[in-house]
Every structure is written in C-alpha cells, then in structure tokens.
Design a protein around this ligand. Structure first.
Ligand code: ADP
Length: 488
C-alpha cells in the first residue's frame, strides 16, 4: 500500500497548498512506497511564519534551559518507543539493512537528542576581565530560525543531528529531508509535538532540491545547517552569501584507510571490509581508499576479496543482509558510471554474490580496483557506493602525502602498532577525524567539523554551541574611565 506523507507546519499536518506531490521509491523493489507533498514558496512561507512566531513570540526561547532539557528528554523516550517504526521507514525509503536502521541508526538518533537534552542547562556565556573600569559579560544567544537540509544516507540520524543542537541552544528549526527519504523526519516532527515541544519549534517541509533552495534563500531564516554533497553545499553557501547568513556545512569525503607494515592485519582486514561497504558505501566517511604498505598488499587483498564476497547483498528487510540497494536509480547510475570509468584503466574485482544482476532493485556488488594511481578519477572523487580504490605505498611520508592528496579533509584511519608513527601521522594528516586502529567511530560528544572542501562549522560535541548561538557582549561602565581608543 502506498503511504501518504504529510508535512508538519506549526501544529498542523498538511499537504502542499498547490496539492503537488512526488513519489518516494523503495530502492529494493523500485515500487512507489509513498507520496509526499512537494512544498513550494507558499508552503515554505507558511513554515517560516510558524517558526518565526514560535521563536519571536512563543514560549520556547523564554523557557529555562532546564525546562527545555526536560522536554528533550521526553522526546528521547518517544524516539526510543518508536525505534522500530523509525528504522523501518528509513529501510523502506532508502534501502539500508533493517538491522542497521533499527539497531544502529534509531538508537543513535535517540542518543544524539539525549546528549543535547543534557547540554541545555550546561551552555553558558562568560565574563571578560577588564580591570575595575568595566563589567563585561558575553551572552550566547540562539540564532533564531534554523533551516536543516538533510541527506538520504542517514535520514533519521541526520535529522536528530540537526534538531538536537538547534533546540539545545534555544532555536527553532525547519527540516527539509531528502526527497528519497522524507518519512523518518516527518515522524520525528510528530514526536516533537507529542513530547510537548511547542508547535512551530520543529517543522518539517518535504520536497525536492527546489524546495530546499526556496528555504535556504528565505529572508526570514537565520541559519542554514546542511549535510550532503559538496556540490549542493557550494550552492547553499552561495545562497547564504546573498543574505550574509550563518551556515554549517557537512560535506563529502574520500577517506584514506591506511594499513602500515606493522599493522594488526586481522583487525585492519575486518575494519576495511566494514568501512568500504557499510551502508553500501553511502557515507561521507566511507573508507573508499585503501592505502596499503606494499609488503602487505597481496595477502591482504586476497583475504579482503574473500571477506567482501561473503557479505550478503540483498533484501534490506532480511536480518542477515549486510548491503542493501543503493538509494535510487540516479545513484545506481552514478556508481555504475564510476565502475565503468575505473574499468577503462583497471580490471575490476567484483566481490558480491551477484546481487547486482537481480532483475529489480538498485544493487551494486562491492567492487575493488587495484594498484590505482592516487590521482585517478575514482581515487579522487566521492563515489558514494561500495567501490574501493587500492593504492600502494612504501613509506610513511608517501602514505601521508596520498592521504592528503584530495580536495576533502573529513577522515582518515590508520593501522599501526608503532605509537610514535601513529602520532606523527595523525599530526600530518589534514582531516577532521584520524582514527587509529579503529574506524568510523563517532558519537554525540565528538564534534564534527570537515576540513577543506568537507565542510564549514561544527555539528555535535559541546562545541556545537559555536554554530548554533550568536555572541552578544554587554559592556557596563563602572568608573567613567574614558575609552582609550576613542578620540574626543
Ligand atoms: P545527492 O545529490 O547525493 O542526492 P544532495 O547533496 O544533492 O544529495 O542533497 C541533499 C539535500 O539537499 C536534499 O535534501 C536535497 O533535496 C537538497 N538540495 C538539493 N539541491 C538543493 C539546493 N540547490 N538548495 C537547497 N537544498 C538542495
């Protein structure tokens, strides 16, 4: 049966004023899973009005931080109550295995909101010493109405990662989930109302990129928080520049997973198989480049090929599936295009169980290209699929140089038992995360801030308040001392 999605604007569940809708396609079946409203300027205006009203006149910003925290704790409990429903929506919308969506993503979303609930009454301003002449204090105030533009790879987790920080700092938010996967964000909006968070504080508008574009250029939005491709991030930054608006951008990556000569090979193998295939490679920190010491190369690759070959690619609703389909026909074509580009230069090693040959569903088997030139297109561009480029190295300096040789700076993983080498390399690699003897490790208390073309601003960690508040200095004269920089 096809579900009908409604948007959450203020306390209402609504369709688009124009009546326009778009289809949400289940990528495993290629069938229409739901129809969702296609919001245009009139709908976005309405959502922004409700959000502005909630921020400018409503109780939310006036509450004590402790009261906001209590509501966010209640919200966390409701997310936990709906764990399986939320997970299933993501699996049906974008194809991730049900064990991942219900056992990793939905609990992670609850953890993010819980972390932010605890943060509410711990954020504070400061006092700036200025001798006996002035009393100066610095306030951290909410920025106001936040537009949260979401990607489809972790629909629920990303929604929580925008809602939590925005609300912890006293802001209100309008979410625009990705068109491929809107339903978990809508349920998250409904749960906010059920938790007693005032209407207008969490709004959800649905639509395609054009809806996002209307939202990010709306003059009454104060801040944009976006997670997605570097390409769309760039256009959002342009839109933000028009109004000199605050932006947080979490963008692409091309993670180097570096296995040094002295690595614990078993641990590195397990992690490599995981990081290049988890979520079918659709993560900005996917370990899409295996940078391996030449001495280990042959044995490692044989074993990796065999392990990847054993991962079940198939129906995401089955509990032993490890790789579901890619999110959409478009993404399927894009990834297959990269496999074709790679195949012109290198012989692909296809490791899957033939799922890509199924007659329906946007499946791609894990595919490895070996001895890849670090400057090759497949080693430079973000593919967002289970496609691995293997690059050999001989010494530490070369490995660092390869790791840093892309326009991204999001993450790197390092496998070595040499403590000094690990710290030297961590210092030299330019990325937001350097994982040593682990990979893809993150959590609510760990700030996320891409370097170079991987992003701007901070999501999560206690540092999130830097992105979701603005500074106000209050300066009080105590003894009539003249300002030393003012001429009279
Ligand atoms: P992908 O290309 O991998 O599908 P994107 O980074 O393009 O992912 O999309 C992430 C989010 O950005 C989605 O919610 C999408 O609708 C939205 N979006 C796309 N184009 C724009 C735009 N020009 N302005 C604002 N949002 C956009």
């Amino acid at each position: 049966m096809t579900a009908t999605v409604e948007m959450i604007i203020g306390e209402e569940k609504v369709q688009a004023r124009s009546g326009a809708t778009f289809d949400v396609i289940n990528p495993a079946t290629e069938q229409v899973q739901a129809t969702a409203p296609e919001a245009d300027q009139a709908d976005v205006d309405r959502a922004v009005d409700q959000a502005r009203k909630a921020f400018d006149e409503g109780p939310w910003p006036k509450m004590t931080p402790g009261e906001r925290g209590r509501l966010l704790y209640r919200y966390t409990e409701l997310i936990e109550r709906e764990n399986d429903a939320l997970g299933r929506l993501d699996t049906e919308d974008m194809g991730k295995p049900i064990t991942h969506s219900t056992q990793h993503d939905a609990p992670a979303a609850a953890d993010f909101i819980r972390f932010c609930a605890g943060l509410c009454d711990k954020l504070r301003g400061s006092q700036i010493p200025y001798g006996a002449s002035k009393h100066i204090y610095l306030l951290r105030e909410p920025v106001g109405v936040v537009a949260g533009i979401l990607p489809w790879n972790f629909p629920l987790v990303m929604a929580a990662q925008k809602v939590g920080p925005a609300l912890a700092c006293g802001n209100v938010i309008i979410l625009k989930p990705a068109e491929q996967s809107p339903r978990s964000a809508v349920l998250l909006g409904e749960l906010a109302l059920e938790a007693g968070i005032p209407p207008g504080v969490v709004n959800v508008v649905t639509g395609q990129g054009a809806t996002g574009a209307v939202l990010v250029s709306h003059p009454k939005v104060d801040k944009i928080s976006f997670t997605g491709s570097t390409e769309v991030g760039r256009s959002i930054m342009h839109a933000a520049a028009e109004q000199i608006r605050k932006v947080t951008l979490e963008l692409g990556g091309k993670t180097a997973n570096i296995v040094c000569a002295d690595a614990d090979v078993d641990a590195a193998l397990a992690a490599t198989a995981f990081t290049c295939s988890y979520n079918s490679g659709q993560i900005c920190t996917t370990g899409s480049r295996l940078v391996i010491h030449r001495k280990l190369h042959d044995g490692f690759l044989d074993e990796l090929t065999s392990r990847l070959g054993k991962l079940k690619v198939g129906d995401p609703l089955e509990s032993d599936t490890k790789l579901g389909p890619l999110v959409s026909r478009e993404q399927h074509e894009k990834v297959r295009g990269y496999v074709e580009v790679g195949s012109r230069q290198y012989t692909p090693i296809v490791c899957g169980n033939g799922a890509s040959a199924q007659d329906r569903g946007y499946y791609v088997d894990p595919t490895i290209f070996d001895h890849v030139d670090p400057d090759a297109q497949i080693a430079q561009e973000e593919i967002f699929g289970p496609v691995l480029s293997v690059i050999d190295f001989d010494d530490e300096r070369e490995a660092i140089e390869i790791a840093n040789r892309t326009s991204y700076g999001l993450a790197a993983a390092l496998w070595t038992n040499d403590l000094s080498q690990a710290h030297r390399m961590a210092a030299a690699i330019d990325s937001s995360f350097v994982w040593i003897n682990c990979t893809n490790f993150w959590g609510p208390s760990i700030p996320y801030e891409g370097h170079r073309q991987s992003g701007v601003g901070v999501d999560m960690g206690v540092e999130l308040y830097e992105s979701y508040t603005k500074i106000k200095n209050v300066i009080i004269d105590l003894d009539n001392t003249p300002n030393p920089w003012a001429t009279s």
